[in-house]
Design a protein around this ligand. Structure first.
Ligand SMILES: C[S@@+](CC[C@H](N)C(=O)[O-])C[C@H]1O[C@@H](n2cnc3c(N)ncnc32)[C@H](O)[C@@H]1O
Length: 251
C-alpha cells in the first residue's frame, strides 16, 4: 500500500503522453478514481487486474472524498486521475483540503496540459521575441464567474498568446472581445478532444472562431489558442543567433 493518495495529471488523452511517474502509479493502484468525462477509458488499460475503477462524473465533492478516505483507510493504494495537469481547472484544492483533515498525505503528479499538445500539433511556438513573451491560460466567464480584474477584455489588452479553456459555449462573446484587440486574421488553434482517437485540431483565423465552432458543434473538451506568435516569423531569437554570446556559447 502507498502511504499517500496521489493526484495524477494524465495528460489530454493519448496514453503515450503519460509521464513515467503517472504510469507507475496507475500500474500499482488498487483503486482508481477518475474524471471519466475528460479522460478516455484507454488510460485505464495500464491498471492492474482486479483494480477498482470509480467514475466521478456523477459524484459530488463529498462523495468523491468519502470514497477516497474509505478506500485509503482500508489499506488500498488510491489514485485520483485528472485530465491534463491537475493545477489547471482541476478543482483539486477542495479535495485535498478534505483529505488533509483526515491526516492523509497527498502527492500531486503533474501532467501535460491540453494547450501544450494543441500547440505541438501545429509546431507552434507561443513565445516569439518582440511579438509576445507571455502565455495567458484562462477561460471565458460562464457559470463559474471570473474575478473582475481578469475579464477577457483586460487580458486581451496585452496582445499575448491566450489559451481559452472551458470556453466553447462562450465563443461568440470571446470572439467579439478578442477582436477589439487582435487583428481579425490572428491565427487560432482550435482543438477538440486533442489526442483522443476521435480528436482533431484546426488552424483558423480569429474572425472565424464563432462560425467554425458552431459548424463543428463544439460545446465541450475544446481548447482555443489565440496568438500573434502562431505562423509569425518576424524575428529570430537571441538564443541561437551566432552574434549572441552566452554562458554555453561564448566564442
Ligand atoms: C476542467 S478543465 C481541465 C484542464 C486540464 N487540467 C488541462 O490541464 O488540460 C477541462 C477543459 O480543458 C480543456 N481540455 C482538456 N482536455 C482536452 C483535450 N484533450 N482537448 C481539448 N481540450 C481539452 C477543455 O477546454 C476542457 O473543457
Amino acid at each position: 500500500m502507498d502511504n499517500k493518495i496521489s493526484f495524477i495529471g494524465v495528460g489530454p488523452g493519448d496514453p503515450e503522453l503519460l509521464t513515467l511517474k503517472a504510469l507507475k502509479k496507475i500500474k500499482i493502484a488498487d483503486v482508481i478514481i477518475w474524471t471519466d468525462s475528460l479522460i478516455p477509458e484507454k488510460i485505464l488499460d495500464f491498471s492492474k487486474e482486479g483494480s477498482e475503477k470509480i467514475k466521478t462524473s456523477s459524484l459530488n465533492l463529498e462523495q468523491i472524498t468519502s470514497i477516497m478516505i474509505e478506500k485509503f483507510q482500508a489499506g488500498k493504494t488510491v489514485v485520483r486521475l485528472h485530465d491534463g495537469d491537475p493545477c489547471l481547472f482541476g478543482a483539486i484544492r477542495e479535495q485535498i483540503e478534505i483529505l488533509e483533515t483526515e491526516k492523509i498525505e497527498i502527492e500531486v503528479v503533474p501532467g501535460v496540459s491540453a494547450f501544450q499538445v494543441a500547440a505541438a500539433y501545429h509546431k507552434a511556438e507561443l513565445t516569439i521575441p518582440d511579438v509576445t513573451q507571455t502565455i495567458i491560460l484562462t477561460r471565458a466567464g460562464g457559470r463559474t464567474g471570473m474575478p473582475e480584474k481578469e475579464s477577457l477584455k483586460d487580458l486581451a489588452k496585452h496582445n499575448s498568446s491566450i489559451c481559452l479553456y472551458l470556453s466553447a459555449r462562450h465563443v461568440k462573446r470571446s470572439q467579439e472581445t478578442l477582436l477589439e484587440f487582435y487583428p481579425p486574421e490572428t491565427k487560432v488553434i482550435v482543438g477538440f478532444r486533442v489526442s483522443w482517437d476521435d480528436g482533431w485540431t484546426s488552424l483558423i483565423e480569429l474572425k472565424d472562431m464563432e462560425k467554425f465552432s458552431i459548424e463543428k458543434k463544439l460545446i465541450r473538451t475544446t481548447i482555443y489558442i489565440i496568438s500573434p506568435a502562431i505562423n509569425n516569423s518576424q524575428k529570430r531569437s537571441n538564443l541561437y543567433n551566432p552574434s549572441y554570446k552566452h554562458l554555453f556559447r561564448n566564442k
